[in-house]
Each structure stands twice: as structure tokens, then as C-alpha cells.
Design a protein around this ligand. Structure first.
Ligand SMILES: [Zn+2]
Length: 433
């Protein structure tokens, strides 16, 4: 077990308070701080600060794969660290996006390698051959768009908005309120000529204002679509000529309470809007953007990857065992444990083996590894615990501590062969609307 220091990513949508406060640095920070990365990603491997010479987790893995990964896992992961743990702090919306499945990523990567597109090129979709499922566990109220909303509910929203130039589209979806109808409507919107988008988005925003101002309407205060309408107005102001504003009409507007967890399976469209959370994902860069961004949008590939099944947003219900909540996604790449430990709980086992990263989010905690090493961590500090360390326990003190531990979701008795499936507990988010 060793102290681990992550890397702050300064994307423009980041917060100037959350990550700085977590790390004990001056607030507000001089620049937006969007993400704190803890892992062995090639772009920003975390540092093992107790080693001389500024060694990284990436180097440690290369030097001793068997000790870091443990029996079975070294072979499963072939030297590539399976997950990336992040603290995500959004003051502004991120792009609307989705991620490929394992099969889609492998095929897409091979295709782009064969056509010779540089891996760093802006039009490159597949920078590695891996899927990128992800989960987000809220540290505070967290807002997002995630998954296609039940199409019949979307028809109700469109009818309430009553936009003349969308009337035809509304009736098309009303005639087929299912995944095929959503695919047809989304495809229409995402392929519209720019001049049409430039007419439709302002007309939609006018309708949102009208609905928000009409007392008792579904878009007004207390109405069924109040949050949806406000979000459309916000996105439309930021991206007035972006067909992603239309696409956002089709998605679930989600509010997570602290401790709730959203899952993004392959093909699920999502846009994080605001808030701070712990994000855990497969260690991949494969993103297909669908809008709300000035970046490259590859429409044909996006349409191939998007999953148009509709319903409540995909969430992970934790298995709660005393102070420990275990979030098991249907992915071999990661598993997240949230430990809300009181001073009277005594040492609490992390409950995961293999390679682990542990981060203290609130309070002070003492970690003890099987080998006997003890590390006292204050808020914002993290450790790396290789498989060889055996069981790791967390003890809070003097007050309560909130601690997150990330490991992989691999189990020795699961079928080998790399299928990205498992026994995840999928449900829906209570605060979705
Ligand atoms: Zn994503």
C-alpha cells in the first residue's frame, strides 16, 4: 500500500471549488478543475509519491504485473490497468455522448487502425480497442441527462411545447412511440441541414419560455417537465446552433441524491449537467459525441452505436452491508465500494481484492493492509493497494469518514474470454424525472 497522487484535468466546464477544496488547496482555484484522475491511464498516470524518482502507477504495473494484479488477473488484463477512478466536478454541461460495447470498440479500433487515422486525430472515434462503461456515484445533488425517456412521455412533452415546425415530428413519434420511432426521429434531427437547425432550436426555446411562464402548465413551476424545460433553455443558450439541443429533448432528466449511482451501459446516451461525483470507468478513451460540443460528431458511427431502447435511466442499486455499499456494474472492468464509516464501527474490510485505489472524500481514515502496513489519510488523499497486499481495512477517526474504493469486477469463477458481463444490480434512480 502506497500513497498515490492523482492528476487534475483543467477542462473549461470544471468547478473552481470542489476539487480544490477536496485537495486542501485555495478556493476558488485560479482555473476550472473538472476531473481528478486516479489510475494508470497513459495520458496522466498517477504518481507513487513515496518512491524516489517520481515513479508512476503505470511503471509499477510494468515492473511487477503478478504482484500488482494477482493470480489470474495479470493474464486477464494483459498488463493494462482495468479501470480509471475520477472525481468529476461539473459547473457546466459536458457534451452529449455515448460509448461502444467491447465488440464495437474492437471492430472500430481495427477499422481505424487499418485506414491509418492517427490515434490523436480529432476525427478518430476509437483510440483503443476497449469498451468504456462507466458509473457515477453522486457526492452531492447531481444533474444529468441519461438514456432515452419513455417515448410516450416524450410525445407528451412535445405536445405541451406545441412547436409548429416540430408538429410533424411529434406525430411521427406518436404513431410509433418505441425504439424504432426514436431512432427515426433522432436520425432526422441529427442529419438536418444547419439552416433548419438554426430555425428549429430558437422556435423550441421560444416554446420553452412560453411553457415555463404559463401557470399550471407541465413546464411551469411544479409541473411534470419543469426541469426538462429549464435544461433545454440552458442548453439552447449555450449551443444555439447545435442539433444536440433537439436530441436532449428525448432523454431522461435525472437528479441523483448523494450516494445514488448512475450507470452508462454501451450505447446509452448521456450528458452530465452539473454537480460533483465519483466516476469509475473502464480505462478507455472511446467516446462518440452526439452534440452539445464544438468537437467532431461522426453521425453514421453514432447511429450505429446508440441504443434506442427507452425507459427509466439505468442505475446501480448497491448491496449495503453495514457501513459498506457495493456497486457492482455488469462489467468486469470495475467495482465501486462506498464506505461511510463511523468512529465506533472499528476496522471495516474494503471487501474487494485484486488491484485497488482508495480515496478519502470526507474526514480522516486509517487504512491497514494485510501485510501490516498502516497509512493515515486525510481528506483528498489516496492510496494504491496491489493484490499482494491482501485484505485492506478502513477505520475512521476521530469523526466519520467517507471513503471510496475502486477495484475490478473480475472473479476467478467467471467465464474467461473477456465478455463484459456480470451480475450487476440494475434498477432505476429514485430522483429521476
Ligand atoms: Zn460518458
Amino acid at each position: 500500500m502506497e500513497l498515490l497522487e492523482g492528476t487534475v484535468r483543467p477542462y473549461a466546464w470544471g468547478s473552481r471549488t470542489h476539487i480544490a477544496a477536496l485537495l486542501g488547496e485555495p478556493v476558488p482555484s485560479p482555473h476550472p478543475e473538472a476531473e481528478l484522475w486516479l489510475g494508470a491511464h497513459h495520458d496522466a498516470p498517477s504518481r507513487l509519491v513515496e518512491r524516489t524518482g517520481g515513479s508512476t502507477l503505470l511503471q509499477a504495473l510494468a515492473e511487477d504485473p503478478d504482484g500488482t494484479f494477482g493470480a489470474g488477473r495479470a493474464e486477464r488484463w494483459q498488463g493494462r490497468f482495468p479501470f480509471l477512478l475520477k472525481v468529476l466536478a461539473a459547473d457546466e454541461p459536458l457534451s452529449l455522448q455515448t460509448h461502444p460495447s467491447a465488440e464495437q470498440a474492437a471492430a472500430g479500433f481495427a477499422r481505424e487502425e487499418s485506414t491509418g487515422v492517427a490515434r490523436s486525430a480529432p476525427e478518430r472515434n476509437y483510440r483503443d480497442p476497449l469498451p468504456k462503461p462507466e458509473i457515477l456515484c453522486a457526492l452531492e445533488e447531481f444533474h444529468a441527462l441519461a438514456g432515452f425517456r419513455d417515448a410516450s412521455v416524450t410525445v407528451r412533452l412535445l405536445r405541451a411545447l406545441d412547436v409548429d415546425c416540430l408538429a410533424h415530428h411529434t406525430e411521427l413519434l406518436a404513431a410509433q412511440p418505441d425504439p424504432d420511432g426514436l431512432r427515426a426521429l433522432f436520425t432526422t434531427w441529427i442529419t438536418l441541414p444547419q439552416r433548419t437547425v438554426d430555425q428549429l432550436v430558437p422556435a423550441l426555446l421560444d416554446a420553452c419560455v412560453r411553457l415555463a411562464k404559463t401557470p399550471g402548465s407541465p413546464g411551469a413551476h411544479g409541473g411534470e417537465f419543469e426541469r426538462d424545460v429549464r435544461t433545454l433553455l440552458d442548453l439552447g443558450e449555450r449551443y444555439p446552433g447545435d442539433a444536440g439541443v433537439l436530441a436532449a429533448l428525448l432523454l431522461n432528466r435525472v437528479v441523483l441524491a448523494e450516494g445514488e449511482c448512475l450507470f452508462q451501459p454501451a450505447g446509452s446516451p448521456h450528458a452530465y449537467l452539473s454537480g460533483c461525483g465519483i466516476e469509475l470507468m473502464a480505462n478507455s478513451d472511446n467516446v462518440l459525441r452526439a452534440g452539445l460540443t464544438p468537437k467532431h460528431v461522426d453521425v453514421p458511427e453514432l447511429l450505429r452505436i446508440l441504443d434506442f431502447r427507452c425507459g427509466p435511466p439505468p442505475a446501480i442499486q448497491p448491496r449495503v452491508e453495514g457501513p459498506r455499499a457495493v456497486f457492482t456494474a455488469p462489467s468486469e472492468h470495475f467495482r465501486l465500494v462506498r464506505l461511510d464509516v463511523g468512529p465506533d464501527d472499528g476496522p471495516v474490510d474494503l471487501g474487494i481484492d485484486g488491484p485497488r485505489i482508495v480515496l478519502v472524500v470526507r474526514g480522516d481514515a486509517e487504512l491497514r493492509a494485510g501485510g501490516g502496513r498502516t497509512v493515515a489519510l486525510t481528506r483528498g488523499r489516496a492510496v494504491w493497494a496491489p493484490a499482494a497486499d491482501g485484505a485492506v481495512t478502513v477505520e475512521a477517526g476521530p469523526g466519520r469518514a467517507l471513503v471510496f474504493a475502486a477495484g475490478d469486477g473480475w472473479t476467478a469463477d467467471a467465464n474467461s474470454g473477456g465478455a463484459d458481463i456480470g451480475d450487476g444490480d440494475i434498477g432505476s434512480v429514485g430522483g429521476a424525472d
